[in-house]
Design a protein around this ligand. Structure first.
Ligand SMILES: *[C@@H]1O[C@H](CO)[C@@H](O)[C@H](O)[C@H]1NC(C)=O
Ligand SMILES: *[C@@H]1O[C@H](CO)[C@@H](O)[C@H](O)[C@H]1NC(C)=O
Length: 359
């Protein structure tokens, strides 16, 4: 049992992130169809003086990210050349992963939306992943338009509604602001500070994560029932993922190209089906199996008090075995105490250490 649980500590302390960073390359491996993706507003059609974007077509949605990355590039020049330190890369990378792993298809299978044999580029409104991503695409994009950094005015862009549930999605700057005021303000705060020459990378990353978590919370409330369309393991993974993001946020995980693309190699390469049980999924790599198990464990730890005692010991043992003495020190200091709150503290502290290791 111990040897099975043991690697999960890696998720907490970030063993998988420690290895050297991936070479920065905009290959299709990480960003499918990136080269065919629209990269400027003039690539979209115009009606009544507004750019019309259909976010339910994969390259069109991806194009919003491409424009966002392009328009924010100059604010990241002071950190590194070639947009390499732009932490907005995490958003298109995750969307690319969703597309590549089949997570944007119609999970109810009542349409051919997203399927290889049907309309591959279609993004299904019934996909939980696609709906969650909408809040991490439309909102950051429209807030950027509103902040002025995109070079067009707030009323100059309109997103097309999906085929159903239209009222759950905001389509332009003003409707997003009235439906999700708090989240839009947080994205705006990020862009405001981005334009300030005195902002540090760490400060900006904090604004990014505040907005990111707020977007996810908005989306989660609205679309939780979509998880019912999935197998138990996939629905569980979706929920685990949201918990993990809280930890990544607490750690200010730098969502730049190299760290996110490396992290993705550890994520499930296809939608999970009934019977998939980490760490025994035969077509997954060891790393993918271990991380899936670890994400699940992290969620259990996050939500349960009973599990605490077993886990803390396993985790700390792993700290001692695998990671530098600094981490072991934290564990020794913390482990005698029993409050769950303390364990959460440890998890968050470990994540913070993790973030430091990466830098
Ligand atoms: C942004 O896009 C424009 C137009 O496609 C291009 O000329 C420019 O080099 C791009 N800038 C960056 C930093 O990618
Ligand atoms: C934004 O969309 C709403 C409906 O979703 C519409 O009533 C409003 O006129 C639009 N505003 C602009 C500036 O286009």
């Amino acid at each position: 049992m111990l040897s099975l649980l043991a690697p999960s500590a890696c998720v907490l302390v970030g063993c998988i992130f420690v290895s050297s960073a991936e070479v920065f390359s905009l290959s299709d491996q990480y960003l499918p169809l990136w080269n065919e993706t629209p990269g400027q507003f003039s690539d979209y059609s115009v009606e009544n003086g507004k750019y019309i974007i259909d976010p339910w077509v994969y390259p069109k949605r991806m194009g919003m990210y491409k424009i966002l990355l392009n328009k924010t590039a100059n604010y990241f020049e002071k950190f590194a050349p070639d947009n390499e330190q732009n932490f907005l890369w995490g958003l298109p990378l995750q969307h690319g992963w969703q597309y590549k792993t089949g997570r944007l298809v119609d999970p109810t299978q009542t349409t051919d939306c997203g399927y290889e044999s049907g309309d591959r580029l279609c993004i299904s409104v019934d996909s939980w992943w696609a709906d969650m991503n909408y809040f991490l695409c439309a909102l950051p994009f429209l807030a950027a338009v509103d902040s002025g950094i995109m070079g067009i005015s707030s009323d100059q862009v309109l997103l097309l509604p999906p085929s159903k549930d239209q009222t759950k999605f905001c389509l332009n700057v003003s409707s997003c602001q009235s439906s999700f005021p708090s989240t839009m303000r947080k994205w705006n705060a990020l862009y405001k500070h981005l334009q300030s020459p005195s902002s540090s990378f760490e400060d900006l990353l904090k604004y990014l994560w505040e907005a990111h978590v707020s977007s996810l919370k908005d989306g989660y409330k609205i679309f939780e029932d979509r998880l019912e369309y999935y197998s138990k393991p996939e629905a569980g993974f979706g929920k685990d993922w949201c918990v993990v993001l809280d930890y990544l946020a607490a750690a200010s995980f730098p969502t730049i190209f190299s760290t996110v693309s490396e992290f993705q190699q550890a994520l499930p390469p296809r939608v999970l089906v009934d019977g998939d049980k980490a760490p025994f999924i035969s077509d997954f790599t060891d790393l993918q199996n271990i991380v899936l198990l670890g994400l699940n464990l992290l969620h259990k730890v996050d939500s349960s008090t009973e599990f605490w005692e077993v886990t803390i010991n396993v985790v700390c043992m792993e700290c001692v075995l695998f990671v530098p003495s600094a981490l072991a020190g934290i564990c020794e200091e913390r482990s005698p105490r029993k409050e769950t709150a303390d364990f959460n503290g440890l998890g968050k502290q470990s994540s913070i250490v993790m973030a430091r290791i990466i830098r």
